[in-house]
Ligand binder design. Structure first.
Ligand code: BGP
Length: 503
């Protein structure tokens, strides 16, 4: 739809930012916390720092919340570290862990900021991993249930918005990179990832049911990572390849959460590939009871799907070091391949910068599921350090956020129901694969991969820009945005693709 005026954001829209415990807290061996599998995984990402200190939010949380308040936040999405709450297999609840999150929650509420909590963001306690072999053993379902019930009982009097599992889809698609696949061969992983995924679905279902049971007025949703896949061309095979990619990277998860049953695409896929996801009697009844209240959506970028070259071997796309142009695009013979979109620029990690994908995602999700949505991640990862003037002039991040948020507004005007925007991230924090070398924050944290420095906080230019936008409830863009409304802002060929594409 073409719109006449700037979008109007709903009253009480949740403006904030996002983080995850293992990426922001540090203090991994303090306050009774025991190691998690992602601590170990972060140690394998050399030459980047691991998560032992990162932004040291554990010790700086008061200062960080004060900065959020100064920025005008009305929400903050963060996660709870399971091994801070239940450090060992004896299921004893750790009072120091409870106290830390109580302090953080109370500090937020006192600052007028609504806490939104993710229950699981990649950080399974090592004791759970050792006892159950990660997500491989159904024993984890009960353990997860005990953990989430503890969180609801301890914090549910003040926290009403909950998120079950962060990017379950990405944990399966990028299982090898995130350490979920551990020592499995490619063949083993192809089968076992669906069994693991089924167990994760049961854990998600347990969390939804327990939230509704224990938290008065509590609302809960999953957090899919949504990367819309545009077909590379109008070649019919590219269309089907793009649909295959959507199914195998996101849609089968979203369908399960919303409709509470596996869709026919994945059931047929399992049959054809002789995969048994090990569904037991009663499982689907449990999933059917887990009625979610909303979708939390992480959306950074779009991708391009095309007919896969049968002569290529399987690749899973990644750019490991942030050197532009090094991205290896996924090729899944028989299903789909991904490619560079020449019409948009990229970050140094080759992530497409595509504000329209935000509008596309929200419309797509709304059309398919008719559930309210909350943006829980979007953001611009960049190499950054303090300039000679002691500041960070992150105009690229302002442009990214401005255009993405404007497109959230357009999606709302198109008819999608969206109740908040929480980009990644508030302070700089540890990247999943690139330590402190890839920063997303509105606030710079003075630490690097090789040198902890003094961890001092510096407001970036984006902090001031975002603050104005929040305080005007999405009115003060600092720029004429009309071009986005009627598509007069066409997408030119990206600068590095000019010699490859003839228009
Ligand atoms: C999301 C994760 C976050 C975060 C973000 C950025 O998928 O939920 O935990 O890390 O991606 O990713 P990266 O740090 O790899 O740039």
């Amino acid at each position: 739809m073409r719109h006449i005026a700037d979008p109007v954001f709903p009253k009480n829209f949740f403006w904030g930012a996002s983080s995850a415990a293992w990426q922001v807290e540090g203090a991994v061996a303090e306050g009774g916390r025991t190691p998690s599998i992602i601590d170990l995984n972060s140690k394998t990402k050399k030459p980047f720092a691991d998560n032992s200190i990162t932004a040291d939010h554990y010790h700086h949380y008061k200062e960080d919340v004060a900065l959020m308040k100064e920025c005008g936040f009305t929400s903050y999405r963060f996660s709870i570290s399971w091994s801070r709450i239940i450090p060992a297999a004896d299921r004893k609840v750790n009072p120091e862990g409870i106290a830390f999150y109580n302090n953080l929650i109370n500090e937020l509420i006192a600052a007028g900021i609504t806490p939104i909590i993710t229950l699981y963001h990649y950080d399974m306690p090592v004791w759970v991993d050792e006892k159950f072999g990660g997500w491989h053993d159904r024993g984890i379902i009960d353990e997860f249930d005990f953990y989430v019930r503890t969180c609801f009982k301890e914090f549910g009097d003040r926290v009403k918005y909950w998120l079950s599992i962060n990017e379950q889809n990405m944990q399966i698609v990028y299982g090898k990179w995130l350490g979920v696949a551990k020592g499995l061969s490619d063949e083993e992983w192809e089968v076992q990832k669906w069994q693991i995924n089924h167990i994760m679905n049961l854990c998600h279902a347990k969390a939804v049911i327990a939230c509704h049971e224990l938290v008065e007025g509590g609302k809960i949703g999953p957090v899919p990572g949504y990367v819309p896949i545009y077909p590379k061309s109008c070649r019919p095979e590219d269309q089907i390849a793009a649909m295959n990619a959507e199914e195998l990277t996101q849609k089968i998860w979203d369908d399960l959460y919303a409709y509470r049953e596996y869709n026919t695409f994945i059931k047929n896929y399992w049959k054809e590939h002789n995969i048994d996801p090990l569904i037991q009697p009663g499982d689907m009844e449990l999933i059917a009871r887990a009625k979610i209240d909303f979708f939390a959506v992480n959306c950074y970028r779009s991708d391009v799907g095309k007919y896969p070259d049968p002569s290529y071997t399987q690749e899973i796309g990644l750019n490991k070091y942030g050197r532009k142009g090094e991205f290896i695009y996924t090729n899944l013979p028989g299903e789909y391949a991904l490619d560079r979109n020449p019409y948009v620029e990229t970050t140094d990690w080759d992530w497409h910068i595509d504000p329209v994908c935000m509008r596309y995602s929200l419309r797509y999700m709304w059309d398919h599921y008719h559930l309210p949505m909350l943006i829980t991640e979007a953001g611009y990862g960049a190499h950054e350090d303090l300039g000679p003037d002691g500041k960070i002039h992150d105009d690229y991040r302002i442009d990214y956020l401005r255009d993405y948020i404007y497109n959230v507004g357009l999606a709302i005007e198109d008819g999608a129901e969206v109740w908040g925007f929480n980009p990644w991230s508030f302070t700089d924090l540890l990247s999943t694969g690139n330590g402190m070398a890839k920063r997303y924050g509105l606030v710079f944290v003075n630490t690097t991969d090789d040198d902890v420095r003094d961890l001092k906080r510096y407001k970036k230019d984006s902090f001031y820009w975002y603050s104005k936008l929040i305080k005007s409830n999405g009115r003060e863009w600092g720029k004429d945005m009309s071009a986005w409304r009627d598509f007069t802002k066409t997408s030119p060929v990206a600068s590095d693709m000019k010699d490859k594409v003839k228009e």
